[in-house]
Structure formats: structure tokens, C-alpha cells
Design a binder for this molecule. Structure first.
Ligand SMILES: Cc1ncc(COP(=O)(O)O)c(C=O)c1O
Length: 384
């Protein structure tokens, strides 16, 4: 009998971490690997955390989070036209913990979850971890990397329980249109399916259209779990603060499960979350302006390189570039670029089979790095 479980042995390894480990052996490296804002969080957020600790708030909090933060999150949804009350909100340690609790709360062993391919690699592990079955559904560049609703329909079996959405998307930067979401909502209602929607990049949108959540469509709030957090919008990755919004029954179940995993989230960080949501948003706007101009630089630069093309991402801070004309596989491209030009990109296959022929580049990095990396990628492709 092996010490570690068979279930955990099956969990996939992260290709991003693999690339990261390889880069450690090289010098003068330019990296586009990590999807982490390179800005500090707003100052008033850090002050709120410090003040909380100074007030002696160093104890357990209610399992689902402090009332002030649950209310602030509910109000932030109300401001976006989604009617959530405090008791339909749960505070977790980063969006990833909320995704994990949501999977535990809604999935039984053998339940199938439709998920985008390419899609954020952690989804597979999160689903497998609870004994459920990830069913990748390919999304294509020709369809702006949105689900084709007919492909979703074909993938549905008697065991399908959940459709997982991630818009704006990591790795593709795609944003599902309101019409696309409406069709998915209709399908979910027709087939009696639930929706798990990861909206962690909801604030990072580069077109003028307002954000649209599938939960806003008639009859959808009651079959949707929204997962979100502070890491990307407020550059608060290290705070480990996220939240979920769902019908009360699901939130109560997730709260019961959270007690067994976290008890509660660190109180000081939760006050940082209140300050982030209710405080001045100028710094968020400044970060967004930077991402937007970096996006232009990155996308224009990639499209100027022969044999590479890149759809302008509509959200998040990733460019998903098509490298199929180079004749190299995504993995070969990424490994050779790393060794020959000391430049790190993530091969699209790290996000599923549908990522073959693509590389992901994070532009949550400064313009000098982007220019230098583009120069190296141009030299590399010219040498092929
Ligand atoms: C699509 C997606 N969901 C969730 C997360 C996790 O965010 P958090 O830091 O809040 O756990 C990430 C982080 O990279 C992500 O890209």
C-alpha cells in the first residue's frame, strides 16, 4: 500500500512551475511566465491590514468571513446589477480555495464537469481531487476562444453536472460575449446543469463593453456559483483573499467545508479586502492603464513577427499567440526559446491539448521586459 493516495498521484503537474524551475538554471532571463501583477497593492489596503492587527484583531473570525467584508462584496455585486445578500457570500483564502470548496460542495464522485480546453491548468486538479471527472471541451481561435454551444451540447452525458466558465480567460484572454453567455445559460436550464464561473479577471477588460456575468440571466443566479477575489484586480496575490457568491444553501455547505480546511481567513487581510472594495479605486485604474498599453505593445509586437499571430486579448493580462506556422510544437518552441534566448513563455499544451500550436505570454510585466522579450522571440523565429 502506498503512503500517498492514488487520487493525488493522478493530479497533473503545473507546466508553468516546470518552466519556472528550468529558468532557474539560466542567466539574463526574460520571463513572461507568471500571471502575477507586478504592482504593489493600494496603500490604503495595506494600512487597513496593519490597523487591524494593531487593534488586536488576531483571532478566529466567523467561518464565512467578517460581516463587513461579506457586506462589501454583496454591495459590489449590487453595484454591478447582481442582487446578492451578505449570506450569499463566502470569504476564502484566495479564489483558488473558493474554487476548491465549490467543487467539494457541489460535486460527487463520478460527476462530470465540462471545462474549456485550453483552460487554466488547475481546474483539472481541483475536479479530480474530489473524485469528479473533468471533460475538456475544445475552444477555438476562430470562435474568439469562446465555447461553441453545440460543442458543449455534444459533450453532455447523463453524468454531466457542471459547466465551468472562465471569462476573461486565463490563458487566452478571451471574454465571453453576452450572447454566448445567454446561449450557455439556455443550455444549462434545458439540461438542468449548474454553472461554476471563475470571474477573477472581471475587472481587467480592454474593450468598452461592461462586464457580464452568466448569473445575471433570468433563472441563472439559483444555478450558479461565482468565484472571484482580490489577487488580480487589486494586486493582492499574497494576501490570499477571495470570495464566492452563490445561493444560500451552497454558501452554507461551503462554510461547513471551509471550517474543516481553514476555520476562517486571517482577519487583518479581510479588513484589507474591505478597504480595497470600499476605498479609492484610482490605483486600480492606473494599473489597468498600464496593462492596456502593455497589451498594445505585446500584441502589436507579436503580430509583427513573421510566423506568429496573436488575437488581441479582450481581458486579463495574457496574450495567447499562435506559433503553428513555425513548424514547432508548443513545447519545442518554449523549450528552445528558453535555452537559446533565455526567454520564458508557457507552452499552450500546459493548458490542455487545445493549446497545441500556441504559447501564453503574461504581460503583467514592465514595458522594457516586453520589448526585450519580443526582440528575442523575433530573433529566435528568424533563426528557424
Ligand atoms: C483563472 C484563475 N483563477 C483563479 C486564480 C487564483 O487566484 P487567487 O490568487 O485568488 O487564488 C488564478 C490565478 O492565477 C487564475 O488565473
Amino acid at each position: 500500500m502506498s503512503f500517498v493516495s492514488e487520487k493525488s498521484k493522478k493530479l497533473p503537474h503545473s507546466v508553468i512551475r516546470e518552466m519556472f524551475a528550468l529558468q532557474g538554471e539560466l542567466e539574463d532571463v526574460v520571463s513572461f511566465a507568471l500571471g502575477e501583477p507586478d504592482f504593489p497593492p493600494p496603500k490604503h489596503v495595506v494600512d487597513a491590514v496593519m490597523d487591524s492587527f494593531q487593534r488586536g484583531e488576531t483571532h478566529y473570525t466567523p467561518n464565512a468571513g467578517i460581516p463587513a467584508l461579506r457586506l462589501a462584496v454583496a454591495e459590489s455585486y449590487q453595484n454591478r446589477g447582481l442582487q446578492y445578500d451578505s449570506d450569499e457570500i463566502l470569504i476564502g483564502a484566495g479564489a483558488i480555495s473558493v474554487l476548491c470548496l465549490a467543487c467539494m460542495a457541489i460535486l460527487d464522485a463520478g460527476d462530470e464537469v465540462l471545462l474549456p480546453d485550453p483552460g487554466w491548468a488547475n481546474y483539472k486538479g481541483l475536479i479530480l481531487q474530489v473524485g469528479a471527472v473533468p471533460v475538456p471541451v475544445k475552444i477555438y481561435e476562430e470562435n474568439q476562444f469562446m465555447y461553441d454551444v453545440e460543442d458543449l451540447r455534444k459533450a453532455i452525458t447523463s453524468k454531466t453536472k457542471v459547466i465551468l466558465l472562465n471569462s476573461p480567460s486565463n490563458p487566452t484572454g478571451s471574454v465571453a460575449s453576452a450572447e454566448n453567455l445567454r446561449k450557455i445559460a439556455e443550455l444549462a436550464k434545458e439540461k438542468d446543469l449548474y454553472i461554476l464561473t471563475d470571474e477573477i479577471y472581471h475587472a481587467l477588460l480592454w474593450d468598452d463593453e461592461p462586464y457580464c456575468s452568466i448569473a445575471a440571466f433570468p433563472g441563472m443566479k439559483e444555478r450558479t456559483v461565482i468565484v472571484d477575489g482580490f489577487s488580480k484586480k487589486y494586486a493582492m496575490t499574497g494576501f490570499r483573499l477571495g470570495y464566492g457568491a452563490a445561493p444560500k444553501e451552497v454558501i452554507l455547505t461551503m462554510t461547513k467545508l471551509l471550517e474543516n480546511v481553514l476555520s476562517s481567513v486571517n482577519e487583518g487581510m479581510q479588513w484589507g479586502g474591505v478597504a480595497a472594495l470600499k476605498g479609492n479605486q484610482d490605483e486600480v485604474e492606473q494599473m489597468k492603464a498600464h496593462y492596456k498599453s502593455r497589451r498594445e505593445l505585446m500584441v502589436n509586437g507579436l503580430n509583427a513577427i513573421e510566423k506568429i499571430s496573436c488575437l488581441p486579448p479582450k481581458g486579463a493580462f495574457y496574450a495567447f499567440a499562435n506559433i503553428s506556422k513555425t513548424g514547432l510544437s508548443a513545447r519545442e518552441f518554449a523549450l528552445r526559446l528558453l535555452h537559446e534566448k533565455h526567454t520564458v513563455v508557457v507552452p499552450g499544451v500546459g493548458f490542455g491539448e487545445g493549446g497545441e500550436g500556441y504559447i501564453r505570454l503574461s504581460y503583467a510585466t514592465d514595458e522594457r521586459t516586453i520589448r526585450e522579450g519580443l526582440k528575442r522571440i523575433g530573433e529566435f523565429t528568424a533563426s528557424l
